[in-house]
Design a protein around this ligand. Structure first.
Ligand code: NAD
Length: 312
């Protein structure tokens, strides 16, 4: 883990899944602020020593207040849903693209570094796997297009204004506290189904592949991005190992010792067939090495899920 100390840090979306883990890694040695509207984030996750600015990243007053005097911004807040972006592209654009642009402006005036959460969704249907950062962006949803615009704006802000920006293109992140929904949450959904003894529902033939990366590895990438000299770049953050959704369903049934049947539903329109990250650039420039195997990550998630069930 990188040693970041004595900094004033803003984590947008810091009450959410990934953001809250970034907060946990930083709060002991830094002044940490969180800007979150709690639309999917959870206030009780916020450590006492962090400061919550409860508000919307579309609100320029709260953004100004939260960014005053910051050294580093980890930008995680977003509408994280392909289907919502298809239903309401304009609202999602306001949050995912326009508000990000304002945040970059704030970083420019505060001389702050910004680490931004982009997504493998920008690649759409890639021509080859594993996917390198050179793969042309060809998003198949407003969400993917919005992440692409954020990704490009961040690189432009480095070129035009010298803002230290680093973009992390997350693949499928999983781990404790995950907000459920879309493919990013498929592990959490399968686990819930397996633990409840309900059918595990696989979309289509289950031969589609995804690269699942445990949240601790994503935190590690964020911390390295906050100190790297290789700014103005975008990096893939995955594991480099793809697994089919069918295999994932079987693995989850095994680790939970569940008797759930695996059932296949209609394929989701526009679903990407193959997705797996080439992480060599993150490895060379961020020293990023994913450490948590899928088996270990699933065990840790299962332990967490069981503990939350016992607690309630
Ligand atoms: P999440 O929904 O758990 O977290 C998002 C957080 O942003 C929540 O706390 C939510 O309340 C907050 N938020 C949403 N809209 C807001 C607004 N208008 N103003 C202020 N706060 C707002 O999602 P996550 O999985 O932790 O995702 C974090 C980031 O990672 C997002 O930018 C997402 O696009 C990106 N990402 C996630 C994955 C994944 O697999 N989880 C994959 C690729 C990219």
């Amino acid at each position: 883990m990188q040693n970041i100390r004595g900094q004033t840090i803003l984590v947008t979306g810091g009450a959410g899944f990934i953001g809250s883990h970034i907060v946990d890694a930083l709060v002991e040695n830094n002044e940490v602020r969180i800007l979150d509207n709690l639309s999917s984030g959870v206030a009780s996750r916020i450590p006492d020593s962090a400061t919550l600015f409860e508000g919307d990243i579309r609100d320029s007053d709260v953004v100004r207040e939260a960014t005053a005097g910051v050294d580093i911004i980890f930008h995680q807040a977003a509408v994280v849903s392909v289907s919502k972006s298809v239903k309401d592209p304009v609202m999602c654009h306001d949050v995912n693209s326009t508000a990000t642009l304002r945040l970059l402006e704030a970083a420019r005036s505060e001389n702050a570094r910004v680490v931004l959460a982009s997504s493998a969704a920008i690649y759409g249907h890639p021509s080859t796997v594993p996917i390198s950062e050179e793969e042309p962006a060809s998003p198949t949803s407003p969400y993917g297009l919005q992440k692409h615009s954020l990704d490009r704006y961040a690189q432009l802000y480095n070129e035009l204004y010298g803002v230290d920006t680093v973009v992390l293109r997350y693949f499928n992140v999983y781990g404790p506290r995950q907000t459920k929904g879309d493919y990013s949450g498929v592990i959490t959904v399968f686990l819930e189904q397996a633990l409840a003894g309900d059918p595990i529902t696989v979309n289509g033939d289950g031969q589609q592949t995804r690269d699942f990366v445990f949240v601790d590895d994503v935190v590690q990438a964020n911390l390295s991005a906050a100190t790297t000299e290789s700014v103005g770049e975008a990096y893939n953050i995955g594991t480099g190992n793809g697994i089919t959704i069918g295999e994932l369903a079987e693995t989850i049934r095994d680790v939970t010792s569940s008797g759930s049947p695996i059932v296949h539903t209609d394929p989701r329109p526009g679903d990407i067939r193959y997705s797996c990250a080439d992480t060599s650039s993150a490895q060379s420039n961020l020293g990023y090495v994913p450490r948590v195997s899928l088996d270990e990550g699933l065990e840790r998630l299962l332990t967490y899920e069981r503990s939350t069930r016992t607690d309630t």
